[in-house]
Ligand binder design. Structure first.
Ligand SMILES: [Zn+2]
Length: 182
């Protein structure tokens, strides 16, 4: 998609099996008004859909960008509509400890699966104005970051299902594929 074609106010959440969800997103080049407007719209869509995080491919943009709600211990967490924006993020896993937790995805309505992930990561990214940030978490937000970075690499939770979930969710996934053809 061309920069000039984007109308941030009209972005909507795209659902599986939209092919954009399988693409590897490209680094953001310009920290401009379009980027800011896209981030604002993504935060709005995330809250409207009652989500915790949202990645740019989920609104049809193959950009390395995601938003999350503020962590609960963040002073901004109490601000209505506040969100964190991470541009061109990279992540290091800083522990060998893993845990399993159920995850959902705004692009996979009705599907929840158990995903095993490292419990602690460090995230490096730029804020929407280009300021670099480096953050470490060992709580649920570490899992959210990993889920969103997976999106930037074209990876969905249904790509990471254990064999039991793969069988149990087969019908739900097929239904989403059928809905897309209607
Ligand atoms: Zn997701």
């Amino acid at each position: 998609m061309d920069f000039m074609d984007i109308d941030p106010a009209n972005l909507e959440i795209v659902v599986y099996p939209d092919p954009i969800l399988k693409q590897t997103a490209k680094p953001v080049q310009a920290f401009d008004k379009t980027l800011q407007a896209v981030a604002v719209r993504m935060i709005e869509l995330m809250y409207d859909a009652d989500g915790i995080g949202l990645a740019a491919p989920q609104v049809g943009l193959p950009w390395r960008l995601f938003v999350t709600r503020p962590p609960e211990d963040d002073p901004n967490a109490q601000t209505q509509g506040a969100g964190c924006v991470y541009v061109n993020p990279t992540m290091q896993i800083t522990t060998r400890d893993m845990d399993v937790h159920e995850e959902g995805c705004l692009s996979l309505p009705g599907i929840r699966v158990d995903i095993r992930r490292p419990i602690e990561v460090t995230l490096q990214a730029m804020e929407v104005d280009g300021q670099p940030v480096s953050l470490s978490r060992d709580d649920f937000m570490a899992r959210v970051w990993q889920h969103e970075i997976d999106h930037l690499n074209g990876v969905l939770i249904i790509d990471k299902m254990n064999p039991m979930d793969r069988i149990a969710r087969r019908k739900d996934i097929k239904e989403l594929e059928r809905d897309a053809q209607r």
